[in-house]
Design a protein around this ligand. Structure first.
Ligand code: GLU
Length: 305
């Protein structure tokens, strides 16, 4: 057995290794990834203009969009270590949003940003917008803007397949539970289940490594994320209990750029209406076995940033 280092470079590699070993085992199903040939092509709005948005104007001048994402969340935001390409539902949302803003698939650069660094990345102009399991809430709305929501997740628990004593957060007293710094699930365990022994890392893949190597007893975050890990290692991992929070996913935009925020709201609405949202879901997150839900209504809140 080995201890997972507390740095963020190794985790994806470790999990990839574990996944590779697990997939090679006799009787394991082949690893399912997004079906590239089934991914929709999004019509690019070539004549689109949004001069009121500083972010859009800067991206147009630069010639490409920079979109913050995750790289270790199966079916949501995953980076292929060999090709460097990104795939998953959040990536598709980013691509369809880019198309609506007048940027084709070759005019997007993805940048991996961990949960704890999202607000800073948007504030510093490191990214134009962010699509990565990003819960909309009032605290975050003080720092960034949110388009959406485009999906509704809920906090849940991932345990080893042989674990029989953890069925919900009430069973975590004295048990080691792993989550990610700066995330809403981490905060909820801290506030509402203080008897759990909370372990925090930068990414969920490190938490999953820790679970597989018996360093922790559970991993907690959104069901959408956990279902992806469990679907990749069905003999080793399982998601237990019912979701115990509401995590509406939004697209993070720089504070004050309401023009961009409302343009993304319009774009989401249009892509939900024309079927692109559903096609994207089915080619990515839907592969983990959950049929396409109806997307939540777009908020389009006034004021804020
Ligand atoms: N949706 C939650 C959040 O925004 C958990 C997932 C994540 O860390 O990205 O904090």
């Amino acid at each position: 057995m080995f201890r997972t280092p507390r740095v963020s470079a190794a985790p994806a590699v470790l999990l990839a290794l574990v996944l590779a070993v697990a997939c090679g085992k006799e009787g394991s199903p082949p690893g399912k990834g997004p079906a590239a040939e089934k991914l929709p092509h999004y019509q690019v709005d070539e004549g689109f203009k949004l001069p009121e948005s500083k972010t859009w104007t800067r991206a147009k001048k630069r010639g490409h969009l920079v979109v913050g994402v995750k790289e270790d969340q199966p079916y949501l935001g995953e980076k292929d270590p060999a090709s460097g390409g990104y795939s998953g539902f959040d990536i598709e949302i980013a691509r369809m949003m880019a198309a609506s803003l007048g940027f084709g698939p070759k005019s997007i650069r993805f940048k991996t940003i961990a949960s704890a660094n999202r607000e800073t990345a948007l504030q510093n102009g490191q990214i134009d917008f962010y699509v990565g399991t990003y819960t909309i809430n009032d605290n975050r709305k003080k720092l960034v803007g949110f388009a959406g929501p485009y999906y509704l997740a809920g906090q849940s628990l991932l345990v080893r397949a042989d674990e029989n004593d953890i069925h919900g957060p009430q069973d975590l007293d004295g048990r080691r539970v792993c989550s990610v710094t700066g995330s809403t699930p981490y905060q909820r365990i801290k506030d509402e289940f203080p008897k759990a022994v909370l372990v925090a890392y930068d990414t969920y893949s490190v938490c999953v490594d820790n679970l597989l190597t018996y360093q922790v007893d559970a991993v907690t975050t959104d069901d959408a994320i956990l279902i992806g890990y469990a679907a990749k290692l069905p003999h080793e991992l399982k998601v237990v209990g019912r979701p115990f929070s509401k995590e509406p996913y939004g697209i993070g935009v720089p504070n004050g750029d309401n023009a961009l925020r409302f343009a993304l709201d319009d774009a989401l609405e249009a892509r939900e209406k024309n079927g692109d949202w559903k096609k994207a879901y089915e080619a990515t997150l839907g592969l983990s076995g959950v049929p396409a839900p109806t997307p939540p209504p777009i908020d389009r809140y006034q004021g804020g940033s």
